[in-house]
Design a protein around this ligand. Structure first.
Ligand SMILES: NC(=O)c1ccc[n+]([C@@H]2O[C@H](COP(=O)([O-])OP(=O)(O)OC[C@H]3O[C@@H](n4cnc5c(N)ncnc54)[C@H](O)[C@@H]3O)[C@@H](O)[C@H]2O)c1
Length: 265
């Protein structure tokens, strides 16, 4: 890629970064929707063959068809399903995630466990599978879609905040071990992104606070953000693609807030 491009989702990603992933194979977990779909579109536009992994088989198939990639229906909470995924991957985007909002004393333990499996154990297992391939080629890029909640806590999100903080640690260890093999590992830390995951939270918060959904965005979700708009998925994807480009080989073990100034305050 030497110039900007317009994604099928209407935004732009990877524009002007000079990222050429021709001949590279990428895997995007949770690629059937939201940020994952935007990453799959952007990586394919940069030339990569993209494995689109999602628990939603139809969503994975639709995105794979859109980007000329391969669809894989897999529940990442199931280690056996993870073991069935391709290991020959040069770019791994650990993106699949889910939320549960509840005070700790009411948080269902099995729900807590599921969040850790999908957002921590699955990335670990995928790294275990794909790092030998990356090391063999002397090049690899690991992009972990973390969150502001990988750096900061919020009440009632114990499962999510715990998982994202763990993902931050896993990313840093990957960076240290991968450095000698040309493999970098970084986290992207968005605030609230306009995806189905957040639309579900907006509806729930509107009900909990007894206010219209429009007011939830400004008064609840973006209270800590200096920029008062949701992030678009393509904006997150553009950082993921940038981390795979020729100018970021020295960038590793880092975390990139894109949170409208939330963590600056
Ligand atoms: N939306 C936000 O505001 C926001 C902010 C910061 C970080 N994130 C992170 O970005 C990532 C993507 O979030 P999103 O907003 O695009 O969510 P989303 O719900 O829109 O999409 C998540 C995708 O992951 C898939 N998925 C969920 N559980 C899975 C499982 N067990 N196995 C395989 N696939 C599974 C879903 O089917 C879906 O396609 C998550 O890790 C999330 O924590 C999102």
């Amino acid at each position: 890629m030497t110039s900007g491009f317009t994604t099928a989702l209407g935004g732009t990603a990877g524009g002007g970064t000079g990222v050429d992933l021709t001949g590279r194979v990428a895997m995007v977990t949770g690629g059937g929707g939201g940020i994952g779909r935007a990453c799959a579109v952007a990586l394919a536009a940069a030339g990569a063959l993209v494995h689109v992994v999602d628990v939603d088989a139809r969503a994975a198939a639709a995105v794979a068809e859109q980007v000329g990639g391969r669809a894989h229906a897999a529940d990442l909470a199931d280690p056996a399903a993870v073991e069935g995924l391709p290991a020959e991957v040069d770019v791994l985007v650990n993106n699949a995630g889910l939320q549960h909002v509840s005070p700790i004393e009411e948080f269902p333990p099995e729900r807590f466990e599921t969040l850790q499996r999908v957002m921590v154990t699955a990335p670990f297992l995928l790294l275990r599978r794909s790092l030998p391939h990356m090391y063999g080629r002397g090049w690899g890029r690991v992009v972990n879609i973390s969150s502001v909640h990988g750096l900061r806590a919020s009440p009632f999100k114990s499962g999510y905040v715990t998982a994202k903080h763990a993902l931050e640690g896993l990313s840093k260890v990957t960076a240290l071990e991968g450095a000698a093999h040309g493999v970098t590992s970084n986290c992207v830390n968005p605030g609230y992104v306009r995806t189905p995951l957040v639309e579900r939270q907006i509806a729930a918060q509107a009900e909990a606070h007894g206010i219209p959904p429009e007011r939830v965005v400004g008064e609840v979700l973006l209270r800590g953000s200096a920029i008062k708009r949701l992030i678009e998925p393509e904006e997150v994807a553009s950082v993921a693609v940038w981390l795979c480009g020729p100018h970021t080989a020295h960038v590793t073990g880092a975390s990139f807030p894109m949170d409208g100034g939330w963590t600056a305050a």
